[in-house]
Design a protein around this ligand. Structure first.
Ligand code: BG6
Length: 287
């Protein structure tokens, strides 16, 4: 595909060739920079000026049509997890999205609007605003004649200094499914720490989450709306070794905190209805 560059804004938005020869949009806002692939409308990079990148990207990631990118923000839609004979986590992260428009906003931030190629059942739009924060909005409208049930998730990979020292606050009291043992628990801890493979789906939780990272001396905050699920994932040692597109030691400096609506929090839209899933990521340097 040879995408058009109708959305370019000199000095702010440019079309470039990314890894694997895939088309990439490079964004420079007053406060930050970002990169987004057409492939999956995948935000692969976000960095505030004078701070390390906020998003983790695996050195081993493949950048190839038909394969997901390992890092950044894969869009999980319209289902979460495995489905018989279908791609894991849905087809949105494997699709080539279209760019509808771009805009330079008065505060110096830059907005990019993507749309999934047409489907008879639903319209899907993804709006990314790159500025002091990274704001992402996935909007789905049921254009069919019957109810549409789907799962969605902004599967965000964060870059951290050391998985052994990081902690996550904000989920105390939330019920979660521990996918590793297929059992439900209630989060008893004020903060979550990592001592092994972790794969949890927190349900009915609209709370924001804080990632405290003493090594990179940074607090990352995820604020969300239109989202009742938060997935927390780190593959640890054995799973990292099994994943072909992930380095054996990379689990040490990443973790996923994913905002979405999955499992019992799946969205059901009546014909004509729209839902909006929004996550905004900010960071604060600590001393
Ligand atoms: C998480 C799931 O959301 O995604 C994990 O909870 C899964 O079970 C992980 O391993 C990565 O999935 P994938 O398809 O990108 O390897």
């Amino acid at each position: 595909m040879n995408p058009s560059n109708h959305f370019e804004i000199p000095g702010s938005v440019s079309l470039q060739t990314g890894k694997g020869g895939l088309p990439l949009i490079r964004i420079e806002s007053a406060a930050s920079s970002a990169e987004i692939y057409y492939h999956g409308a995948h935000v692969s990079h976000f960095q505030r000026r004078n701070e390390p990148p906020l998003l983790f990207m695996s050195e081993a990631s493949e950048f190839e049509a038909g394969k997901p990118i390992r890092g950044g923000v894969p869009i999980v839609f319209p289902w979460f997890g495995a489905r018989d004979g279908m791609p894991m986590h849905g087809f949105a992260r494997l699709a080539e999205w279209n760019v509808v428009t771009s805009k330079l906003l008065p505060d110096g931030s830059v907005m990019l609007h993507f749309r999934l190629p047409h489907d008879d059942m639903f319209d899907t739009d993804f709006i990314v605003t790159v500025g002091e924060t990274l704001a992402m909005e996935l909007s789905v409208t049921n254009t069919g004649r019957s109810d549409f049930r789907f799962e969605s998730c902004l599967h965000t990979y964060f870059q951290i200094g050391d998985i052994h020292q990081v902690e996550i606050a904000g989920l105390k009291g939330a019920r979660y499914l521990d996918t590793l043992v297929s059992q439900e628990f209630t989060e008893a801890e004020e903060t979550i720490r990592f001592t092994g493979e972790t794969d949890r789906v927190y349900q009915n939780s609209s709370a924001g989450v804080e990632i405290r990272d003493p090594v990179l001396r940074r607090i990352i905050r995820v604020r969300k709306s239109g989202s009742l699920s938060t997935v927390v994932w780190n593959p640890w040692i054995a799973k990292s070794q099994r994943m072909p597109d992930f380095g054996d030691d990379e689990y040490l400096r990443m973790l996923c905190v994913e905002s979405g609506n999955v499992k019992e929090n799946a969205t059901v839209l009546k014909p004509g209805e729209t839902s909006i899933l929004r996550a905004e990521i900010s960071s604060e340097v600590t001393s």
